[in-house]
Write a protein that binds this ligand. Sequence first.
Ligand code: UDP
Ligand code: MG
Length: 148
Amino acid sequence: MEQTLILIKPDAIEKRLTGIILSRFEALGLEIAGAKVVCATEELLREHYANLQGSPFLDGVLKFMLGEYNHLPDHRIHAFVLRGENAVARVRAALGATNPEKADPWTLRGQFGCIKNGVMQNAVHASGTPEEAQREINLWFKPEEVLK
Ligand code: UDP
Ligand code: MG
């Protein structure tokens, strides 16, 4: 069964959107195989966003993901492993485009995202490919925290 990593980003946590976002994935028939609240560190986020190394917006993304633009008392991220047939592509379709101003209005990023402080504050991260999903799940979850 295909797995994918979901991170509820600080903008969505601040707006108490975690339940609404999760319910959309459950409605797709996807199963929650792992769930946790993580106090993220810059080190973890740099590893997670290794693909953005050298890009001009990496610093802004790190600040955003550490909750510096939102009213949160800590660096919390809500992390989930979802599984189901074709989970990676189906979750990405539900998310919409990376840029929330270009995302279709019925997608999660189209509905809940915005651009602020020069960062696309787009509510949810989801893995882009099955290979990316395995790398990211290993980064955020221990093997025993995910259903077999
Ligand atoms: N990002 C941004 N500006 C950009 C590109 C990316 O603020 O021009 C942020 C945005 O939050 C995005 C994250 O960096 O979700 C990771 O970028 P990626 O290209 O991997 O997009 P995603 O896979 O999240 O759609
Ligand atoms: Mg990506």
